[in-house]
Each structure stands twice: as C-alpha cells, then as structure tokens.
Design a protein around this ligand. Structure first.
Ligand code: 7RM
Length: 635
C-alpha cells in the first residue's frame, strides 16, 4: 500500500489512523519518498500551542522551486506546466513547458538579485493572472525572497497598507490588466500606493496592455529588457525548512489585515500531498482552478501543489461572464479539463443563467469537481453535480483557510462517498474537534459546535507578520491547546462534517441559535431566488429578528414581491420552523461581496440596522455600487 496515493475508502481509514497514531512517522515517510531535500531534517515536529510555536522538518535544507521545477526536467521537460488562457478568447492560449518555466524563473531570479533582492527580503507582487505572476512567485522562492502577493483588484489604499506592513523592497506589477471588456490601470494604482511607501526601492513593470504609463526615473524599470539580458540558470538558494516562503494577507473581522506567514517545508509537503489525493490528479491530466493567485487557493492549488506533482495547471486571466456566461465551459472543452475547482459564488452566478450556455460545450473530459470558499448550498451543489459533472464526477467540497495553508476537510475523489453540502471527512493527519460554549470538546456524532484542530499539521501558518501576539490571541486563546478556526460545524451520524459558516454569523432569535447558512440555503431553494444573505436586527421582544437580502434569478417574468415574500417564509417554516421566518425581506440586484466571493454580512448588518454612518472598509468589495442601491431601498 502506498501512503502517497489513496484510492479507496478503506485505504483512507488505514492511512488516516496511521497519521493520527504516529504523525511524525507518517509525515516523515511522505517527506522522504516524494521530495528533493538538500539535507535531511533533524526532527520531524516540535510544537507548543501555548506559545504558540510549530516547527516541521527542523534542520532540513531545500529549495521549493527545485521540487516544483528542476526535478521534473528529467522526465517532464517538454510537458506543459502552465496553460495560460487569456482574458479574450481571441488571443491564443500559451503552453509553458517545465523547461520554459525553469528558464523564465531563473531569468527573473537573476534580475531580482541584480536589483538588490536577497534571501529574506520581501517582494510585493501586484499582478493580474498572467504568466509573470507565476514566474515572479517562483523567482522569489528560488532566491529565498519572501513573496507577498496582493490581489490585483485591491485599491491603492489596501496595497500600500500591505506593502508597508511587511516593508517590501520591491513591487512587481504591469502597465495594466484586462478584466472582461475593461482595462484597469494597475500601474496608476501602484503609483498612488507608493506615495505612502518609503520602503520600496524598485518597481518592475511587465507589459500587458501596452498603455502609456508614467515610469518614475530611478525607481521603475521595464521587465522585458532586463529578462532578455539575464542568464537562464540560477542556482537555488538553499533554505531552512522553517524559513518563510510567503506572506499572504487575510482580512479579519476587525482591525488591519493579518499577514499570515507560511514556511517552506511543511507547506510544500502538505500542499503536494493534498493536491494529489483530493483531486486524484494523474499524469497527463489537465487541472483548472479558477481562483485568483492573489488568494491562498491560487498559491496552494494553482502554483505550488500542482507543480510539486509535475501537473499541468491552467491560469485563467478572464472572468466567467466574458464574452458571455459560457466562458468557463468553453475553456473546459478547449483544454479538455479533467479536474475543475471553483467557488460556490461562481456556481450560483452561472446557475442563474440556466443551462443554455452549458449545452453548447463538450464537458465530457471532467472527472472531478471541486468547491471552495464558503459553504455550498444544496441547490448549487445539485446544479453543479447534474449539469457540470453530469452526475458522474465526484464533488470535492474542500474546507480550509488562508491560515491552514492547505485543504483540511474534504472528500478524496472516488474514495469518499460525497454528501451534498458536506465537506465530509478530515483529511489525512487532520484532527478536528467540535467545542461547546464552555470550552469542552463535544464527543460523539450528530452534534454541532465550534470547529477547532487539536494537533498541528505541516502547513499551518506559523505567525502573523510582525504581530505574534495577535496570532496567539486570534487562533490559540479561545480554547486551550487548540487551534480555533472561527467556523461552526456539525458532525452527522457517520462522522461527516458540514461547515455551517463563521460563528459570528450566528443570530440568536428568541433564545434560539440560528445559523445564517441553513436559512439562506432554504431561501435559495425557492425557484425564483438566486442568492440570499441573512442578518440580525435588534428586536424588542425576540432580541434579534431576521432581515433577509435576496437576489432573484433572471427568469424573464415579473413576480409580485409580496407573494414572493410569503412563499419564502412558507418555505422556511416548512423546512426549519416558524422561528426562522424573516421579519423583513429586501430584494436587491446583487449582494456586496469580497473579491474572493464571500458575502460581506458586516455591511448588510449595518445597513439593515440603519447604522450607515460608518460602514467600515468597503475598499475590498467587488462592486461597491450595490451598497448604495441597498441603502436606498432599505426596509
Ligand atoms: C480557502 C479559503 C476561509 C473561510 C473559512 C470558511 C470559509 C472555505 C469552505 C468554507 C464552507 C467550504 N480561505 N470556507 N471553504 N466554508 N465550506 N468548503 O477560502 O481564508 O479565504 O477563507 O472560508 O468560513 O473559515 S479563506
């Protein structure tokens, strides 16, 4: 039996047992057999959740890019590592082989060095989904610089905060980016941001849209001529297992963004192992994750996980609605995608358009479907299963976080029987616990509580950049000796987990704890409803009452809103009970979402409570205009 490649449920249980009974022995075996090390570790694991301090493979030396690129050159030099699918379907796709990727990464690594970047320096990468983004990440890793990718949809304000927090010496950007039919002046955003950043010495600019931009003398440099002059080999910097690999910012419910720090060896081992098993990637498969590399999903499951396995990974520059809502399906058919990984918000947006776009494309290459980012509601799950997977492709609903680095709870495709809306079983090595309000672990099945993890796994973030105390307070203080995820979950009669959403989304109505997710799921089952979000508003008698924001499907017919309100509440009464009925239902054209697709309930809550003087930071919203519309129509 190979520990590395799990194929049946029985095997999962055996390997899981082993990984929990002897975590060090287990991960040591995985690390030994499947990666390239320059020096072996002295110790597999040391940990103390009270400090908190976690170290994996201490004493080992390696470079992650040798694992992602160099070692494949023997057998996969001509294999495509990255398929770049541009924003416009009229622009040809690019197939970048492992050999080409090697050369491009080495060249850029040499450029970085020549511009004064060395091991431990922070480099901010503010790029759209173009090959230079992947190459920049790997070039940093090659020379031991710490990359901090900032999603290229963030404003100049968000960008400067992140650059300053980790004192980046360099920014890598472009003259602009494409987004559907629009272009975005990325360099202009960088220029504005840098007015507030004295730490940045150099800005490297890749050409993408060929727009006229300002180049600041002595600071800004075009990338192309530097690359042309650079050498095609660059010796990898030999790194310690626990050296930082990257910083990635994630917004908390309060305060400034948290720069989560991931270190090299443990991250590499866990991300490679999860990718291989959960998606059941096989040599020659084409894998597509639609996330932006500006999020952890893109770091772990577009770049590091696939490349560590010698896979072919698609990088898509565009959006699902351009030139029309058939774009995803067109790309799947064009590249014969075998594993497709996307977010519930995208699934719902596409489902809203019906099946007419799907029917035009051949999706028969699909073997596995993935979901990530938020709980997937029953309706979206079935739509995905019926229409995209044609009931033949298992859906891996993968629960994890920026902080966890890799997937924590998920089916293993073809091994774990799936169940709609359930992330199912803990992945190998992951030891979840459900906790009650008093800090006690809830044992047994058919229970729900707050989700914690009891034992370290290799890719857990090691700290928050510059603020270890905040790391401790946020994740290790709620429950003794446990990592607290901030999510609620339930465990069903067979031990499957269902993530019910952030615990701060719980609303107490007349003493009943109501999670927003199940109510939203019920509303979404109404045939006219596309999406919904529930918030609590103060109520004299009940403590809180429920206020719903609902978007409707474009079915062509006009509906009487009062009738719809009645039908929605009847549905809730039927499926959950009258306690969960909504006091108010506001119909709206869209919901405010973060750019990674998470509904910003914080903003909706304030609007519903008519507390709109200070809506907090709305700069990370996908579509800030909807906030005005919702404010104008508040009930
Ligand atoms: C990967 C990612 C983390 C939060 C997490 C959850 C929610 C993510 C799922 C999910 C239910 C899922 N990282 N979440 N995946 N909830 N089912 N499969 O999204 O740091 O950006 O967000 O996202 O609340 O705590 S993240």
């Amino acid at each position: 039996m190979s520990n590395y490649h799990i194929k049946h449920l029985e095997e999962y249980f055996q390997v899981y047992r082993k990984s929990v009974q002897n975590p060090e022995g287990f991960w040591e075996e995985v690390a030994e057999e499947h990666f390239l090390w320059r020096k072996r570790w002295d110790r597999v694991l040391s940990w103390d959740f009270t400090k908190p301090e976690i170290k994996w493979f201490e004493g080992a030396k390696l470079n992650i890019t040798e694992n992602c690129i160099d070692r494949h050159l023997v057998t996969r030099a001509k294999k495509t590592a990255i398929i770049f699918e541009p924003n416009s379907p009229d622009e040809p796709a690019q197939h970048i082989t492992y050999r080409e990727l090697y050369e491009r990464v080495c060249k850029l690594a040499n450029v970085l060095k020549s511009k004064g970047i060395s091991k431990g320096d922070r480099v901010c990468i503010y790029l759209p989904m173009i090959p230079e983004l992947a190459v920049s990440i790997l070039a940093c890793a090659r020379i031991g610089a710490i990359h901090s990718v900032v999603f290229a949809g963030f404003s100049s304000n968000a960008l400067s905060t992140r650059i300053n927090d980790s004192e980046c010496k360099m920014v890598i950007t472009t003259d602009g980016s494409y987004r559907g039919s629009k272009t975005i002046d990325l360099k202009g955003i960088v220029d504005t941001a840098l007015e507030d950043c004295s730490c940045v010495e150099t800005v490297l600019v890749a050409k993408r849209i060929h727009s006229g931009i300002n180049m600041k003398e002595g600071r800004d440099l075009w990338l192309a001529p530097l690359l042309d002059a650079a050498g095609t080999d660059c010796e990898p910097e030999i790194m310690d297992a626990e050296d930082p690999l990257f910083i990635l910012y994630t917004s908390g419910s309060t305060g400034k963004p948290k720069g989560m720090v991931h270190t090299i060896a443990g991250y590499m081992v866990f991300i490679a192992y999860t990718f291989k098993n959960i998606f059941q990637y096989r040599e020659e498969d084409v894998y597509w994750c639609t996330a932006d590399i500006g999020w952890i999903t893109g770091h772990s499951y577009i770049i590091y996980g696939p490349l560590c396995n010698g896979a072919t990974s698609i990088m898509f520059e565009g959006i699902p609605s351009y030139p029309d809502f058939g774009r995803f399906w067109e790309v799947i058919a064009k590249h014969k995608v075998n594993q497709f990984y996307t977010a519930p918000t995208a699934i719902r947006a596409l489902a809203k358009e019906g099946v007419k776009y799907l029917e035009k494309h051949d999706l028969s290459s699909i073997k596995v479907l993935g979901s990530v980012g938020e709980p997937i509601n029953e309706e979206a799950w079935h739509w995905y299963d019926d229409n995209v997977g044609k009931k033949k492709a298992p859906i891996v609903d993968t629960w994890w976080q920026t902080e966890t680095g890799g997937i924590m709870i998920s089916p293993i495709a073809f091994a774990t029987p799936t169940k709609p809306t359930y992330a199912t079983l803990p992945f190998i090595g992951i030891q979840p616990a459900l906790m009650d309000e008093n800090g006690n672990e809830i044992l047994g099945n058919q229970v729900d509580g707050r989700l914690c993890i009891k034992f370290p796994w290799p890719s857990i973030a090691r700290t928050i950049w510059g603020d270890h105390q905040r790391y401790k307070d946020t994740y290790f203080s709620a429950y003794e000796n446990k990592y607290f995820t901030g999510d609620g979950a339930l465990r069903d009669e067979v031990g499957y987990y269902r993530i019910t959403g952030r615990v701060d989304d719980v609303i107490i109505v007349s003493g009943h704890n109501l999670g927003t997710a199940p109510i939203e799921d019920t509303i979404n089952e109404h045939p006219a409803v596309a999406e919904s979000a529930i918030v609590g508003i103060p109520h004299d008698v009940k403590g809180n009452a429920l206020y719903g924001f609902v978007t409707l499907k474009d079915t062509g017919e006009t509906r009487n809103q009062d009738n719809l309100r009645k039908e929605i509440n009847e549905l809730i009464t039927e499926q959950i009970g009258p306690i969960a009925k909504l006091d108010k239902i506001q119909f709206t054209s869209a919901l405010p979402k973060t750019r990674s697709g998470k509904i910003m309930r914080r903003i909706l809550r304030k609007i519903a409570c008519r507390d709109t003087a200070n809506l907090g930071d709305t700069s990370t919203l996908l579509d800030p205009e909807v906030v005005q519309e919702i404010k104008d129509n508040v009930l």
